[in-house]
Design a protein around this ligand. Structure first.
Ligand code: SF4
Ligand code: SF4
Length: 97
C-alpha cells in the first residue's frame, strides 16, 4: 500500500539553515496597497507571504526557493518583491532531490 504524504509532512522532510541576520526576500511595501490580486498570498507553495496587521510580510525562513513569487508579483502584482538566493550556506537543504 502506498501512503501519500501531506504537503506539510513532505516539507518537514527538508532541512533549513536559517539566516537569522538577513532575509533573502525584500518587499517594497509602498507598492502593495494598490495591488488588487495580491498573488503572493496564494502562489507560494510554502505559504511564506501572509497579511499581518494589514501589511504583506514574508516569513522567509520557510522559503523552498522555487522563485514563483518573484514571477507572480512581477506579472500579476506591482513588482514589489525582490527575491535573491539566500547567502551561501543558508536556505533549504533538499533531502530527496
Ligand atoms: S503580489 Fe507583490 S505587489 Fe502584490 S501584494 Fe504581493 S508583494 Fe505586494
Ligand atoms: S521562492 Fe517559492 S517558496 Fe520561496 S517565497 Fe517565493 S514562492 Fe514561496
Amino acid at each position: 500500500m502506498i501512503h501519500e504524504l501531506s504537503l506539510d509532512a513532505r516539507l518537514g522532510l527538508d532541512k533549513y539553515e536559517i539566516d537569522e541576520e538577513q532575509s533573502h526576500i525584500h518587499i517594497e511595501h509602498a507598492l502593495c496597497p494598490a495591488c488588487e490580486l495580491k498573488p503572493c498570498l496564494t502562489v507560494c507553495p510554502a505559504a511564506v507571504y501572509v497579511m499581518a496587521d494589514g501589511v504583506v510580510v514574508a516569513r522567509y525562513e520557510n522559503c523552498v526557493e522555487c522563485g514563483t513569487c518573484q514571477i507572480a508579483c512581477d506579472t500579476g502584482g506591482n513588482g514589489a518583491i525582490t527575491w535573491n538566493p539566500p547567502r551561501g550556506g543558508f536556505g533549504i537543504v533538499y533531502r530527496y532531490g
